[in-house]
Design a protein around this ligand. Structure first.
Ligand code: GLN
Length: 194
């Protein structure tokens, strides 16, 4: 199993390490790579789109010709990665005119938790986990208008902070920084072909 963490900008290494640990826990064989261009995605079975600045990441995806591969591969997007997976965006996305990959049927609001709460940690309720997940939010987005076949799967209070659709999982928070591997394990187990 080859997992490519799209490393054009943002929190890449943390995802590489978390994914390696999750693979080990699950006893899956394979490699996790730091993918910087189209070629690096050619042998990947799945991709991870990390947090960072979604406007910058989307420009680099275009420039490095990674868009086509990222439209098909099983994918986990966190924070800025979630922004890029959305079909439509609220006011901030419209203002910057940034390009989204538009893989998932929801509307994303960037920096949804306001300046007062730029970064915080809070328990997130995830539909398929028994215990709450420690959500680390850093200028995080949120999802609204989630339409089938997309499904809301994670909630902070009433706000949707996780969405699943076919082979894509979008999370508004940073599981790679939490030391909790349950969501990486869920992704590897349920989204990636073995
Ligand atoms: N606020 C950033 C954006 O909208 C995302 C922040 C993050 O990935 N931690 O692109």
């Amino acid at each position: 199993m080859n997992i490519a963490v799209v490393g054009v900008q943002g929190a890449v290494l943390e995802h590489v390490h978390a994914t390696e640990k999750a693979m080990k826990n699950l006893n899956f064989h394979g490699a996790v790579s730091w993918a910087k261009d189209r070629l690096a995605l050619e042998n990947a079975d799945a991709a991870i789109l990390p947090g960072g600045e979604s406007t910058t990441i989307s420009k680099l995806i275009d420039k490095n010709e990674m868009k086509d591969a990222l439209e098909d591969l099983p994918i986990l997007g966190t924070c800025a990665g979630m922004v890029l997976l959305a079909k439509t965006g609220g006011i901030q996305v419209q203002q910057t005119g940034q390009k989204l990959l538009q893989r998932m049927d929801f509307c994303v609001e960037r920096n949804a938790f306001g300046r007062q709460r730029e970064s915080f940690q809070a328990p997130v309720h995830v539909s398929f986990l028994e215990e709450p997940f420690p959500g680390i939010f850093i200028r995080a987005p949120s999802a609204s208008n989630v339409q089938a076949p997309a499904q809301s799967v994670a909630f902070f209070n009433e706000t949707v902070v996780g969405v699943e659709q076919q082979n894509a999982l979008a999370l508004a928070f940073h599981p790679e920084l939490s030391g909790d591997l349950r969501l990486h394990e869920h992704f590897l187990l349920n989204f990636v072909k073995r």
